[in-house]
Design a protein around this ligand. Sequence first.
Ligand code: PLP
Length: 367
Amino acid sequence: MIPFLDVHKINARFETKFKEQFDAFLASGYYILGNQVSLFESQFADFCGAKYCIGVGNGLDALRLIIEGYKVLGKLKDGDEVLVAANTFIATIIAIKQAGLKPVLVDCEGVNYNFNMSALKSAITAKTKAIMPVHLYGELAPMQKIKTLLKGSDILIIEDAAQAHGAESVNGKRAGNLGDAAGFSFYPTKNLGALGDGGAITTNDDALATAIKKLRNYGTSSKYVNELVGFNSRLDEIQASFLHCKLPKLEADNEKRRAVATRYCAEITNDKVTLPNYTSGKYHVFHLFVVQVENRVEFQEYLTAHKIGTLIHYPIAPHQQEALKELNTFSFPQAEMLHNHVISIPISPVMTKAQVTKVIKVINNYI
Ligand SMILES: *Cc1c(COP(=O)(O)O)cnc(C)c1O
């Protein structure tokens, strides 16, 4: 069996270090917002090239707290419109809604799974106050084009970097330092994953960082002095210590993911399978390797029969979800097409060469 993702194998590489960290953590008697959180925050800020990193409870909260932080600063308010790609994971949209703003969906392109730039351009109105590019599947959104489009406006750029830890633009800047603020998730399956929930915000904005630091901890900057009606969303001390062990290996792991992806792109040659458009470059960290097939059900059954795990990211378009009733009447043809045809095949830093070879062979034999 080739599992879709072997999370245990990924973490087993750190077992000795994790156990040492746990012993030290237990002995410290300090379990919330201690040294390990501050240490990881400064390490991850450095990694992203950002001035600040604030650890929070999960990726959804990271995105929400960015918006809440901007509300505290008076830069965003209830009802403001936020543009987001129609094919994103639903969390991006939920974060906007929970913070009291209005998500405005924009159709995507079939090739790079990101904004259709002309659709994005025509979606901008006087009410647009922010745009949330999602580096979906690990591929950077077209940040340079977005910045050029927004030149001269005060529309905020908030990256959803939950799938793109370490992705690098051509000028060497990393996800987390490509907009005004970025939200990350450390959900166990992400490229940098904890052993539970976790998330972080990165930004170069002093005022925003200060506001979010308060908001994550009941609106306080010193104990029992509450300046804001805040949240309880803190990165766990023990998770921060695990992440601290894993971060030094992230770049090498992303390189391994790219090596698998490069082989898939070069060696999968089946007219029935549309591959992502990739040859080389660090702009993609292949959180997922997503292909398109006409008959997805049949393709998935075929791979299951050959003991290859797959998943679908994502089977239902957000605007067609029951939870987002107000969007149900909208139509985004490209996003709908993708939601019907995409399927993700195994990719990870711990796949063996033989496993990759088998996946390629089985897919090439699909008729
Ligand atoms: C995982 C993910 C999130 C949410 O992260 P959680 O930690 O699960 O809350 C948000 N956006 C995208 C694109 C994600 O993949």
